[in-house]
Design a protein around this ligand. Structure first.
Ligand code: KG4
Ligand code: ZN
Length: 343
């Protein structure tokens, strides 16, 4: 049996979780505590790093205690402590990793410095017991990537954004239209009553042989449409949101389709390959539907873990710790590890 305490503080969620893997059994999330700082940042229209770091300092001890209490274990019953050590906002990373170092050293437990992206990449093995290899589409406020997940610690990035992350494009679009932060859910809600064909926004990179994403041009097109139609009626805002979402779904499906094709060519013997989606944007119903259609067309199975495990959480960090321990990849001296904002 391996039981790991995970800590996540790389952006604006303060999170702790205990996950256990028992011999011959599916893993179990014993607790998953997440404190969102959305309200602390809303007035600024985005995450303010200094505010985030301070909020993590204030909250983290209590969140760790709550995660242990919810799991019904004390520190002595934990085999290791795993903390996000990058990439992310460096203030938050310092708070999380230093806390993990303190907790692990006080309890005499091993420490694991985990890459946040590895946490997202391995979540589908926690929730669905997925086997390697599979494709991951990570779409959050900070990342837009397609990654080939070949094994624990064995990842290959097949596509990334050359400018904005997709969540960022949603957030900026919302801001331009006067919708509150965080933009993604509000754009989706507003788009429901809109006409997706009214504005012919560009489908960035569609048809390009290069696999990458780009959203800056789309953002500019939204800004131009918004200023041309100003003053904006509710109808205009809804139509812009719907047209933006349609453009994004279409562009995303095109980019993903290319990688599905490449996966087929790389692994011709896998009967039903899998695409996993992660990140906050995975909540978007239209994007999901368009990806599902793309997967059907290519004969892929589409897996979207439960929303609370798609967005930032510490269960994925604890699980990545378990995966690393099990694979004998605990890494070097994590107590000497310095947080990496880029990793
Ligand atoms: O993964 P996440 O919770 O945090 C990180 O960025 O790490 O992702 C947050 C992002 C934000 O940009 C938010 O606007 C976007 O995910 N998002 C959405 C939706 N819900 C959240 N974007 C589009 N549609 C949604 N329903
Ligand atoms: Zn994330």
């Amino acid at each position: 049996m391996i039981r790991v305490l995970g800590i996540e503080t790389s952006c604006d969620e303060t999170a702790a979780s205990v996950v256990v893997l028992r011999e011959g059994d599916a893993p179990e999330i014993l607790s998953n505590v997440v404190l969102s700082q959305i309200e602390d940042h809303a007035a600024f229209g985005g995450v303010v790093p200094e505010i985030a770091a301070r909020a993590h300092v204030e909250a983290l001890d209590g969140i760790v205690e709550a995660a242990l209490a919810d799991a019904g274990v004390d520190l002595a019953a934990v085999d290791a402590v795993a903390a996000t050590a990058g990439p992310g906002l460096v203030g938050g990373l310092i708070v999380g990793l230093m806390t993990a170092k303190a907790v692990a050293s006080a309890a005499g437990k091993p420490l694991l410095a985990i890459n946040h992206l590895e946490g997202h990449a391995l979540t589908a093995r926690l929730t669905d017991g997925l086997r390697f290899p599979y494709l991951l589409l990570l779409v959050s406020g900070g990342h837009t990537q397609i990654v080939l997940v070949r094994g624990v610690g064995d990842y290959q990035r097949w596509a990334t954004t050359i400018d904005d992350a997709l969540g960022e494009a949603f957030d900026k679009t919302a801001k331009m239209l006067g919708l509150p932060y965080p933009g993604g859910p509000n754009v989706e809600k507003t788009a429901k009553g809109g006409d997706p064909t009214r504005f012919a926004f560009p489908r960035p990179m569609k048809g390009s042989a290069q696999p990458d994403f780009s959203f800056a041009g789309l953002k500019t097109a939204v800004r131009q449409a918004a200023s041309a139609a100003a003053p904006l009626s509710d109808r205009d805002v809804a139509d812009i949101c719907a047209s933006f979402q349609a453009a994004v779904s279409d562009a995303l499906a095109d980019r993903v389709g290319r990688c599905l094709q490449r996966f087929r060519e790389t692994f011709p013997d896998i009967g039903t390959p899998v695409l996993v989606i992660a990140g906050g944007v995975a909540a978007n119903r239209e994007i999901r539907a368009s990806l599902e259609a793309q997967c059907r067309e290519h004969g892929f199975r589409f897996i979207a873990p439960p929303h609370e495990l798609c967005t930032d959480n510490a269960a994925m960090i604890a699980w990545a710790g378990i995966e690393r321990l099990r694979a004998g990849l605990a890494g070097g001296d994590a107590f000497a590890f310095v947080p990496r904002s880029r990793w």
